[in-house]
Design a protein around this ligand. Structure first.
Ligand code: NFS
Ligand code: SF4
Length: 636
């Protein structure tokens, strides 16, 4: 694999010459133009926290060893990285708050476009949170759930941890985190505290800063846990569904609408309303009506819940537009490259921003409100149909590339599949197979794409190496998108790449589930906030074995991480006791102290730690070694 290679995604690669011909600049062109990138920034030793700066520490030669205020490299690196965690936590928990507020209003009978779609999940969540359900109305219970969730943003008693964290972790983990003083009591307060303590002239002790960051990361976990489960209550808990991924899911004969971003509140209603407006699309000449496709995590949300096909993950979002076949790209929040505006402008495509706090120059803004969700969605779809009439058929290039993807493996879906083997103790088949070595360990693949590695390559390379060694693979976010696009969420992939033990287990479960074959090689659990689903599987396994999370042969990997959200997720993964691989260089190496804290000291404190390895083959071998070490620890 040459460093020159941009993407291993055949559909994206097929469109690169088209972009070039059309004079369209892509993320890869801009990456190239940005070289060489700043070494100080890469090491994390650049500080812009006050206007005496920017200051930068020279880690090698005899340049400055302290900023103008006297902050050294360790303080600067620690402050920078925990501010990233705070930003990530803000993104995920803002998403969670949005859903919780919507649930509250649904419970108050206010939002006609939404309902409680999954009452069983609602009852289960109430049980988890200690909310009474006996002889109570569903909406009343929903109201309590929303209130308890929103209290995780309001509670001022620092001795009372956030309810969702408490409800979803092992007892031992709660004790450990409490003893270290890193349990969040209030998501907003913890994020604010990080911003406050990293101001000029505040916390200057690297270890203390990093622990503050870990607390912020756990606030991120809390926010995404509630985002995931409340979304399930409102939109349904994912169950296995067969769909497709990659640019070939766009249709020449349809009004193509790409939903992009993260929050399902809008995309769910767009999907609902599209069904009602299919006729209007046909009247406009689109023989196949309306075709909704997903991009990034909004894409994952609607993919795992409703089998909406996924067009692209993060790095090829521009290529969705370069097909010339997208009539509207509807975006909400997060991971939307501002570049899509200019590219949409090269075509007939309507780029529609929908969140008042997330606008993009050159895009049309339709202000989305839950109270008027149906009307807003109708307006958006009308814009798409109008744009379709302007589409230039001569400029349409849809690569004939798509892969089948069996997706929708929520915790509930996994437990349901396992219970077909043992109805009394659904986890037993999984535990037995971990103990007997058919399943050597479990790996969760999460996180983004980055221009620092050929797109999707690290995911696919690592997954093949781990599967061959009988590691059960879970995926979320753009990692899941990568696997879906590369045909790794198919039964064929299981037959081709799984080791014998893993193949036997996946086949036994798949056959029991009536799939006439194995489960797919990689189980798609959803978007990035759905990483909390993987935790719930791990907690169930840990509780069944009577151990804490750090004893499990469980690893996480973000081989192409880039977002601040990934920094937050990786950090709580470590705090929960999970060895966590990063395949891109984190911006902390300018401080030996911070590097040691995250890769060594963390191991003593939490049992989890960061492991950095940019070579995917090497990374897979290192994760296998970690899994074996954990197995030895369990005596299996
Ligand atoms: Ni996660 Fe999902 Fe993708 Fe990265 Fe962005 S879309 S929330 S941050 S790039 S995985
Ligand atoms: Fe420089 Fe200190 Fe200001 Fe940072 S806070 S920019 S190190 S003077």
């Amino acid at each position: 694999m040459t460093t020159e290679m941009k993407t291993t995604d055949p559909a994206a690669a097929a469109l690169l010459p088209v972009a070039k011909r059309e004079g369209i600049e892509t993320v890869w062109d801009r990456h190239k133009a940005m070289q060489p990138q700043c070494g100080f920034g890469q090491l994390g030793v650049c500080c812009r926290i006050c206007w005496k700066g920017p200051c930068r520490i020279d880690p090698f030669d005899d340049g400055p060893k302290r900023g103008i205020c006297g902050a050294d490299a360790h303080t600067i690196v620690a402050r920078n990285v925990i501010r990233m965690i705070a930003a990530g936590a803000a993104g995920h928990s803002e998403h969670g708050r949005h859903i919780a507020l919507a649930l509250l209003e649904v419970a108050e009978g206010k939002l006609p476009a939404y309902q409680i779609r999954d009452e069983a999940k609602l009852i289960a969540v109430a049980g988890k949170l200690g909310i009474a359900t006996e002889a109570r109305e569903i909406l009343e219970i929903a109201h309590d759930i929303a209130t308890v969730s929103l209290n995780d943003f309001r509670n001022q008693d620092t001795a009372t941890p956030c309810a969702w964290t408490k409800a979803t972790l092992t007892e031992k983990r709660m004790e450990k985190l409490a003893a270290l003083g890193v349990l969040p009591h209030n998501i907003d307060a913890v994020i604010t505290q990080i911003m406050g303590r990293t101001l000029v002239g505040c916390d200057a002790e690297p270890a203390n800063l990093i622990l503050g960051g870990i607390k912020g990361a756990l606030a991120d976990y809390d926010g995404m846990s509630l985002a995931t489960d409340l979304s399930d209550i409102l939109f349904g808990t994912p169950a296995p569904v067969v769909t497709a991924a990659n640019l070939g899911v766009l249709k020449e004969e349809a009004v193509n609408i790409a939903v992009h971003g993260h929050n399902p509140l809008l995309s769910e209603v767009v999907c609902d309303v599209a069904l009602q407006m299919n006729e209007a699309a046909k009247q406009a000449g689109a023989k196949e009506g309306i075709n909704i496709v997903g991009v990034c995590c909004t894409g994952n949300e609607v993919m795992v819940r409703h089998g909406i096909p996924l067009a692209a993950n993060y790095l090829s979002q521009e290529m969705v537009l370069v097909t010339g076949a997208v009539d509207a790209m509807v975006v909400d929040v997060q991971c939307i490259m501002p570049a899509v505006s200019e590219i949409a402008g090269c075509y007939h495509t309507e780029l529609i921003t929908t969140m008042d706090e997330n606008k993009i120059s050159g895009a049309r803004h339709v202000s989305f409100r839950e109270a008027t969700a149906t009307e807003d969605a109708r307006q958006i779809i009308t814009l798409a149909i109008d744009a379709f009439r302007r589409r230039d058929a001569k400029r349409v290039t849809i690569p004939d590339v798509q892969q089948t993807a069996i997706v929708g493996f929520s915790t509930e879906a996994i437990v349901a599949a396992l219970s077909l083997l043992d109805a009394e103790q659904p986890l037993k088949p999984l535990l037995d197979n971990v103990v007997n070595g058919n399943i050597r360990g479990i790996a969760l693949f999460a996180g983004c794409n980055s221009t620092r590695t050929p797109q999707d390559n690290s995911f696919v390379t690592m997954a093949k190496a781990l599967a061959k060694n009988n590691v059960l693979l879970l995926a979320t976010g753009c990692g899941a998108g990568a696997f879906a696009k590369h045909g790794m969420m198919t039964q064929e992939a299981t037959l081709a790449y799984a080791g014998d033990g893993l193949k036997a287990v996946l086949t036994a479960v798949g056959e029991a589930a009536g799939l006439n074959g194995p489960l797919p090689l990689v189980l798609h659990m959803g978007s990035c906030v759905d990483n909390s689903r993987a935790v719930s599987v791990a907690v169930a396994v840990a509780n069944a074995l009577g151990v804490d999370l750090d004893a499990l042969p469980l690893v996480a990997s973000a081989p192409e991480a880039m977002s601040e959200k990934a920094v937050a997720i990786g950090s709580w993964s470590v705090a929960l006791g999970i060895p966590t691989h990063l395949g891109t260089m984190p911006q902390v190496l300018g401080s030996s102290t911070v590097t040691e804290l995250l890769t060594e000291t963390a191991k003593d404190l939490f049992g989890g730690y960061f492991l950095v390895e940019t070579d995917p083959e090497e990374a897979a071998q290192k994760l296998l070694a970690v899994i074996d070490e954990k197995r030895r620890g369990l005596g299996i």
